[in-house]
Design a protein around this ligand. Structure first.
Ligand SMILES: Cc1ncc(COP(=O)(O)O)c(C=O)c1O
Length: 406
């Protein structure tokens, strides 16, 4: 992995300060470029939302706002507040996810979020009674747990038994009840198959499935229209650096052709992307505090572990890694180094689960050098176990060029 010059020079500046280095470095330029590109190439009617769960740092929200995202996909009141603080009005928020609390639904109704995506009949009835109490109504999409999954995706959100949405087979039982709730305006469907998908064809298959469902619903229920169709997130990132990047142009072309085939022009289509937009805008950078040989394997111990960067351990994958050398003096003769070998990286936590990389090839590394993990802008600090062992929170440093321009 090549480290961009601005990231490396900030690292060297911090390393020279003498304190133990352990931080996230962000430059949202790639995210801004991706949003601008997607806005340009996607078919008419497609609305791009940023899934803020990927990285809720204000710099990422600001990048989404400035680069032209239509809005933010939220899954909690905390995310809603962050989005509003960053400049997105409530009517630019779409609210997804299971287990929305009554307080969260009440806030959504009171503030007028754009759509609430219903995950169950309980949620539909709860939202309806909150709307009734407030004398308001709410536009809703129905999330379906489609009978379809993408086997090689990193995480699946539909197919099999899931807490997400209403099973496709139960649609005819659930939909009439939802349509009868007088404070809910049914606007369409949300079907999100999987996250981390690199194969465009797999995601387009999901689009086709939702289109078929929409057609079936409209043929079965007179006067009911699926004006809005939400495909969720899922554009993948090539963490393993295999050269198989997701091809957004192929997705845009395939979707445009499908919209024409189905005669679905004039409808609104939603993408809620997290990983694809944010991943390459962040690096987790952590100082190597120890290197030891243990029963034939080298263990490299860093200042931060899964408390600050849990994703590799959670998904059992290695992120791209580069070492920034600092040429620190050895503490004693015979101190271990890494030279052209496969080694293990972990943090300072008292659990063997504290792994940053497994069996990863490293050309050279010494105590005092900095391990830089790439593609860490999405699901980095936000999905880590920060409280475990009470280490200080890593600093998040923003190096945006455009940040200072605006
Ligand atoms: C409802 C919903 N939308 C969007 C996303 C973002 O997915 P991704 O980061 O794969 O684009 C997620 C991720 O979990 C999600 O649950």
């Amino acid at each position: 992995m090549l480290i961009p010059a601005n990231i490396e020079s900030e690292l060297r500046r911090q390393a020279a300060s003498g304190s133990t280095l352990n931080c996230y470095l962000y430059d949202t330029t790639p995210m801004r470029e991706k949003i601008e590109h997607l806005v340009q190439i996607m078919p008419n009617g497609l609305e791009l939302f940023y899934a803020v769960k990927a990285n809720p740092h204000p710099a990422f929200l600001k990048a989404a706002l400035q680069a032209g995202a239509v809005g933010i996909e939220i899954a909690s009141l905390g995310e809603a507040r962050r989005a509003v603080d960053a400049g997105f009005s409530a009517d630019r928020l779409i609210y997804t996810g299971p287990g929305k609390s009554p307080e969260e639904l009440a806030w959504s109704v009171e503030n007028g979020v754009r759509t609430v995506h219903i995950e169950s009949l309980v949620e539909a009835h709860r939202l309806n009674s909150i709307c009734k109490q407030q004398g308001k109504s709410m536009d809703v999409l129905l999330r379906i747990n489609a009978n379809f999954d993408i086997h090689d995706a990193q995480t699946t959100f539909s197919g099999g038994s899931k807490k997400f949405g209403i099973d496709e087979e139960k649609l005819d039982e659930a939909l009439p009840q939802i349509l009868a709730l007088e404070h809910l305006n049914f606007r369409g469907l949300h079907v999100y198959a999987a996250s981390g998908v690199l194969n465009v064809g797999d995601l387009l298959k999901n689009c086709e499935l939702v289109f078929d469902l929409a057609k079936k619903i409209e043929a079965t229920y007179a006067g009911v229209n699926c004006d809005i169709i939400d495909f969720g997130g899922g554009f993948g990132v090539d963490y393993l650096e295999t050269g198989s990047d997701f091809d957004p142009q192929a997705y845009a072309d395939g979707l445009a052709a499908m919209i024409a085939d189905y005669g679905f022009e004039g409808r609104r289509f939603v993408l809620e992307l997290g990983r694809y937009l944010a991943a390459d805008s962040g690096y987790f950078c952590t100082e190597i505090l120890d290197i030891k040989e243990s029963r034939g394997k080298k263990q490299v111990v860093c200042a931060g572990g899964i408390n600050h960067f849990r994703r590799p351990a959670a998904l059992s994958i290695n992120h791209p890694l580069s070492i920034v050398h600092t040429s620190k003096e050895k503490l004693y003769d015979g101190q271990e180094s890494v030279i052209n070998e496969k080694v293990y990286f972990g943090g300072p936590l008292c659990t063997s689960a504290d792994k940053l990389a497994n069996d990863i090839y490293v050309e050279a590394a010494d105590v005092g050098d900095i391990a830089v993990f790439g593609l860490a802008g999405a699901y980095g600090l936000t999905m880590s176990n920060q409280e475990f062992l009470s280490h200080a929170r890593p600093e998040e440093v923003v190096l945006d060029q455009k940040e200072s321009d605006s």
